[in-house]
Design a protein around this ligand. Sequence first.
Ligand SMILES: Cc1cc2nc3c(=O)[nH]c(=O)nc-3n(C[C@H](O)[C@H](O)[C@H](O)COP(=O)(O)OP(=O)(O)OC[C@H]3O[C@@H](n4cnc5c(N)ncnc54)[C@H](O)[C@@H]3O)c2cc1C
Length: 383
Amino acid sequence: MQLELSAEDAAFRDEMRAFFTTQVPEDIRETVLAGRHLTRDQIVASQQTLNAAGLAVPHWPEEWGGRGWTDLQRHLWHEEMQRAGVPAPLAFNASMIGPVLAQFGSQEQKERFLPATANLDIWWAQGFSEPDAGSDLAGLRTTAVRDGDDWVVNGQKTWTTLGQYGDWIFTLVRTDPDVKKQAGISMLLIDMTLDGVEVRPIELIDGTHEVNEVWFDDVRVPGDMLVGDLNAGWTIAKFLLGNERVGVAPVGATKRALATLKDNAGDLLDDPLTRARVAEIENELLALELTALRVVAHSSNGEPHPASSVLKLKGSELQQAVSELALDLAGPAALASGAADDSSLPGWARRSAPIYLNLRKASIYGGSNEIQRQIIARTILGL
Ligand SMILES: Cc1cc2nc3c(=O)[nH]c(=O)nc-3n(C[C@H](O)[C@H](O)[C@H](O)COP(=O)(O)OP(=O)(O)OC[C@H]3O[C@@H](n4cnc5c(N)ncnc54)[C@H](O)[C@@H]3O)c2cc1C
C-alpha cells in the first residue's frame, strides 16, 4: 500500500487542520486538550460550527449533508479533528441514528429528523443495552405492544450515555415475543419528554454523571415512530453497530494525550524506564495508525473491514496505557483529584486519577474487548 499522502490529500489535510485550529472556539478545544469535561452547550456549539461548514456529517448521503469524500479523506478529517482537540460530532447523532434514518427511515422521518440531527438541534441517546442484554443484545426484554395507532412501551434500558441531555432516544424493543429472539425486535424512536419516560443517573467511579438508566412505564409512542419494517430491528441494529466501529481507534486523540503528557512530565522523563515506556506506546501507536490506514484502504462502500475490531481492541488498550502512565507519573498527587483549582499541585496530575478510572470504560462499550477478540479469532484468523 502507498502510505505517503498524495499532494491532493495532503492539501485536504492542511485545510482540515486550518479549520479545526482556527474556527472552533478555543475554550472548547482547551477543555478537551486539558482532559476536562465539556458542557452540553460546548458540545452543541462545536457541532454547530462544524455543521455550518459542512463538516459535521461528511459520511452521510450527500442529499442529507454528506460530502462524498473518500474513506481516506474521512479518516484525515477525523484524525485532524482529534489532534486539534475538537470534540467529534455527537456519535449518537452523526454515526448512529443519522445513517440509520438515511438508510431505513421513512421520507417523513428523514425530513423531520435528519437536518436537526446533523445540527444537534435534537440530542439523541442510544437505548439498546438492558441489564441482561449487553453483549447478548438480542436478549432484550423492553416491550412495545400495539394499541390503536400507538405503541405502548414498558421496560428498562441501562448505561444510556449522556441520556440526561437526551431529547429523543432510539431504542430496540421486543415487538414479537413468540419467535427466535433476533426476529422479534424493532427499532422505535421515543421522545424523552413523553409521560412515563424516566431518566435515573448512575454515578461512575470517577465521580461524574455520564451514564443513566432509562425507564419506560406505559409510554405511548406514535405508530409512525417505528424505523423500517416491523421486526426488522436486528438488521438495523447490525447496520448501526457496524458504523459504530468505524473510526473507533482514537489514534489522533491518544497521540495528542501522549504529547501533552510528555510536555507536562518535564524532568520525570529523564528516568530511562519511563522513556522506554513512552517509546513503546509511541511505537504501538504508529503501528495502530498504519493499521487504521490499511483498514481505510480496504473498506468498501463504507462497510467496516473486520480488522476494525483490531482497531477497537488496540485503540482502547493504548488509550488506557497513556492514562496509566499519567497516573504513575503523577504519583501521590494523583490522589488529590478533589483539590480546588487554586491547589499547588499541577492540574494534569490531579486529573490523572479520574481520567484513568473513566477510561476503564473504553474496553467495555462499543462491543467489549473480549467480544472483539472473538470476532478477530473467527473472521480474521479463521479459528
Ligand atoms: C461507559 C459506558 C457507556 C455505555 N453507553 C451505552 C449507551 O449509550 N447505550 C447503550 O445502549 N449501551 C451503552 N453501553 C453498554 C455497552 O454496550 C455494554 O456494557 C456492553 O455491550 C457490554 O455488555 P454488558 O455490560 O451487559 O456486559 P456482559 O455482556 O454481561 O459482559 C460481562 C463480561 O463478560 C464478557 N463476555 C460476555 N459475553 C462473552 C462471550 N461470549 N465471550 C467472552 N466474554 C464474554 C464481556 O466481555 C464482559 O467482560 C455503555 C457501556 C459503558 C460501560
